[in-house]
Design a protein around this ligand. Structure first.
Ligand SMILES: [Zn+2]
Ligand SMILES: [Zn+2]
Length: 289
């Protein structure tokens, strides 16, 4: 039995929000637990390989063991891993596509070894080759990674809508979700990306429609970021909570929507210091009540 999966099941039963942020793994991935705890997180997101290079390094047995024992000593649940930025699961270029699927498989396997329950991935860009083909590539990529692993859940993250992107339109995510047909595929919604892609998350009618399309029960992570750019701007520019176009009142409206309760929250905002990071965590805990 993987301890972290058992504990991961408990937090969903609590229906309490877990609040955390993307934290650094400087000095080794096991340090992330201390980094997260020191700013008041009780969930976190990390990279387990450098976000801007292709190579996914191995983690030796001692590193795996250290991470697992650190996990059992800290109340940081769940742990989310974010895929690096270079892989493009929708790529029409066979070389890039193969490298991307290989990276997804390797990181998925590492998540299994580390006892990490959730891997978050972007859905990539079809580079002008047509969305349908891009979506087919993503379905194949995620299905292959799921078949190659036993435990990890792969979460598809919505996008802000840069040119040729897959996943800014939530119907793309729905199509990929139904194409994979696995209980181990889920969704991560990013509030900044949704807003930039034109979904006014302050409006409960918009959220109702989203629930009918995706099902909030399938959303296993909320990336909570304010947006520097306006509604429908298609720009992915994160802002600190309350300082952007969504604003504190906008987030209050968002969180008054009942079906979000219990979905773990991860912030990916740039803060100047760990004190500011801790303050933001406190602000969000107050906001969600
Ligand atoms: Zn992301
Ligand atoms: Zn973003």
């Amino acid at each position: 039995m993987h301890f972290s999966f058992a504990k991961a099941a408990d937090f969903m039963v609590e229906h309490e929000y877990r609040v955390g942020r993307h934290v650094s793994t400087a000095g080794g991935i096991s340090n992330s637990f201390i980094n997260a705890e020191s700013v008041g997180c009780n969930t976190m997101q990390i990279f387990i390989s450098s976000p801007r290079i292709w190579d996914v390094p191995d983690i030796n047995a001692a590193g795996i063991e250290l991470f697992r024992s650190s996990a059992s000593e800290h109340d940081i649940i769940p742990v989310f891993v974010h895929m690096p930025y270079l892989p493009n699961l929708a790529s029409p270029d066979s070389n890039i596509y193969k490298k991307s699927v290989d990276a997804l498989i390797k990181i998925s396997k590492l998540c299994d070894e580390l006892g990490i329950g959730y891997l978050i991935t972007h859905l990539g860009s079809h580079k002008g080759n047509g969305k349908e083909k891009g979506i087919r590539n993503v379905i194949n990529a995620i299905s292959t990674a799921i078949q190659a692993t036993e435990h990890v859940n792969i979460l598809m993250e919505d996008q802000a809508g840069h040119a040729n992107s897959v996943g800014a339109d939530i119907d793309d995510i729905k199509d990929i979700y139904s194409g994979i047909r696995s209980k181990r595929v889920g969704i991560c919604l990013d509030t900044c990306h949704l807003f930039a892609a034109g979904y006014d998350i302050r409006d409960h009618k918009v959220l109702d429609k989203m629930d009918r399309t995706l099902g909030f029960v399938n959303v296993k992570c909320l990336h909570l970021n304010d947006s520097l750019s306006g509604l429908g701007s298609f720009k992915d520019r994160h802002e600190r909570i309350g300082s952007g176009a969504i604003g504190m009142d906008g987030f209050k409206d968002f969180f008054s929507y009942g079906k979000l309760r219990g979905i773990p929250i991860i912030m990916e905002t740039a803060q100047p210091s760990s004190t500011a990071e801790a303050k933001e965590i406190t602000t969000v805990r107050k906001l969600i009540g």
